[in-house]
Design a protein around this ligand. Structure first.
Ligand code: A2P
Length: 295
């Protein structure tokens, strides 16, 4: 399986990252240390996770040269106004103790009014171009190497003038999004799989799926390794989260699934009714669904 994928900039992004969403204070630092010691070179974080300083300290402790690491962060919804973007980025850079990010994503296609936690800024949400233009400026300035998007189900519904390098979305056994994957491949947009094991609530269930168990048994690997390998084999970057040292180590060991087994798993994943696990629309009191294709 590919250890890296290539972005339009020519950058090589490691195919498996440590995801740090929901990694608590006191847990996230040791998890990052374990990950870097066991060979991870890609950490997927975000400003809103509130743990970037601990991630940064763990990276520093590892002594790994900056140019051997891939660091991703995400612009939070409150900072979409062009004048708010650079200060938000600077905060992430300071916490991570780095001069630049390898990848900076627009976390959601939703803008909140400055200083609010869920008051929709209708204008900035409807027109993402000023936000995107500012991000491009920051690429030119050298503070970000690649820019991308997240949680945008249908790009044609929310078009961006300049091509994003990746789209980070929920992808797992319950919500495998084969059409989006196909569309993204055809349009040269790499997908990144968040909640690749089904996120905390669903992981146990995912790891007990009969097809997954059967493949794990046949190949002598763990169910989590089957699923993480499946993601890479589908052509997506995969961002499993764990703060458990043995799991962190386990999750980096991806193997190519034989074609017939890969197909079996793909068929199983795509033959049931898809179920999205994460949808903050109600929590943000939106009067529409952020994943609605008809927006
Ligand atoms: P923990 O962090 O306590 O180790 P996802 O990446 O889909 O969001 O899933 C994250 C959840 O899956 C976390 O609750 C994490 O637990 C758990 N998890 C991560 N890797 C494994 C694994 N290899 N086996 C079992 N559970 C795992």
């Amino acid at each position: 399986l590919p250890s890296h994928f290539t972005l339009p900039s020519g950058a090589q992004i490691p195919s498996v990252a440590l995801g740090v969403w929901k990694a608590s204070p006191g847990e996230v630092g040791p998890a990052v240390e374990t990950a870097l010691k066991s060979g991870y070179r890609h950490i997927d974080g975000a400003w809103i996770y509130g743990n970037e300083a601990e991630v940064g300290a763990a990276i520093k402790k590892s002594g790994i040269p900056r140019d051997e690491l891939w660091l991703t962060s995400k612009l939070w919804n409150t900072f979409h106004a062009p004048e708010d973007i650079e200060p938000a980025l600077d905060e992430s850079l300071a916490h991570l103790d780095t001069e630049y990010l390898d990848l900076y994503l627009v976390h959601w296609p939703i803008a909140f009014k400055r200083g609010t936690s869920n008051e929709l800024d209708v204008e900035l949400t409807a027109n993402p171009y000023p936000t995107w233009a500012k991000l491009e400026e920051l690429v030119d300035k050298g503070k970000i190497r690649n820019i991308g998007i997240s949680n945008i189900k249908n790009l044609t519904a929310n078009p961006l003038k300049h091509k994003p390098a990746v789209n980070q979305v929920e992808l797992n056994y319950w919500n495998p999004q084969p059409e989006l994957l196909q569309w993204s491949k055809e349009n040269g947009l790499l997908l990144e799989a968040y909640s690749p094991l089904g996120s905390s609530d669903q992981v146990k269930e995912t790891l007990r799926v009969p097809e997954v168990l059967a493949i794990a048994k046949e190949l002598g690997i763990t169910p989590a390794q089957v699923l993480i390998s499946w993601h890479v084999q589908r052509g997506t970057i995969v961002l499993p989260k764990s703060v458990t040292p043995s799991r962190v180590v386990e999750n980096l060991k991806v193997v190519a699934l034989p074609d017939d087994l890969f197909k079996k798993l793909e068929e199983a994943a795509t033959s049931h009714k898809p179920k999205r696990i994460l949808n903050p629309s109600k929590g943000w009191k939106l009067d529409f669904d952020v994943f609605d294709e008809n927006l």
